[in-house]
Design a protein around this ligand. Structure first.
Ligand SMILES: Cc1cc2nc3c(=O)[nH]c(=O)nc-3n(C[C@H](O)[C@H](O)[C@H](O)COP(=O)(O)O)c2cc1C
Length: 174
């Protein structure tokens, strides 16, 4: 089903970023071409090299990088060939930026330029998820045809049993 499809996987800075590795592996096994775009903060939690190795493509952390010679205007070249923009994990910060048209990093710039289907897998602390600002932002994105998978209830990084866990890679890919 995913053979010949191009998927941009956005990774933002939740501790669930390690699970995005399995998302890449599963998508690749199903025949998709995967390009990973990471936020600067996500690259503090997990290295771009990990995603480059798993995806077989350069990882975009900086739109102005001289290394992206095949993608002279990365946010346009890449979005043109993408069938899906998946953001997993998607932080409260990225939800807020997307809902308000902010494009001050590679991931949100690509999202703003993309006409592809968009699927977000939010991951955050339960109080962040319950925050009325986050709720409003999620609602705004829903109206604009963004789709969501999760978050789920379960053990959070802070130790609480509550809502906010990113869905498992199997569910996201499913
Ligand atoms: C260890 C750690 C885990 C974090 N996990 C989350 C998270 O799951 N969800 C979230 O919204 N923010 C989380 N944050 C806070 C974000 O990293 C912070 O808001 C950051 O500025 C978001 O940047 P980004 O959205 O550009 O990746 C975490 C921070 C740290 C230090």
């Amino acid at each position: 089903m995913l053979k010949g499809k191009t998927i941009i996987l956005g990774v933002s800075s939740s501790i669930a970023a390690y699970k995005a590795c399995e998302v890449v592996s599963r998508l690749k096994k199903l025949g998709a071409e995967v390009w990973v775009v990471m936020t600067k903060e996500a690259a503090k939690l997990i290295t771009p090299l990990t995603f480059r190795t798993l995806s077989g493509n350069p990882v975009i952390t900086d739109l102005f990088s001289p290394e992206l010679t095949d993608l002279p205007i990365p946010h346009i070249s890449l979005t043109k060939k993408a069938d899906l923009l998946l953001i997993a994990p998607c932080t409260a910060n990225i939800v807020g930026k997307l809902a308000n048209g902010i494009a001050d990093d590679p991931l949100t710039t690509i999202a703003l330029a993309s006409t592809a289907k968009k699927l977000l897998a939010p991951a955050m602390n339960c109080e962040m998820w319950r925050n009325v600002v986050v709720k409003e932002n999620i609602q705004k994105l829903g109206v604009r045809s963004f789709e969501f998978v999760g978050p789920e209830e379960g053990k959070l990084a802070c130790g609480d049993e509550d809502i906010g866990r990113m869905s498992e890679p199997e569910a996201i890919v499913g």
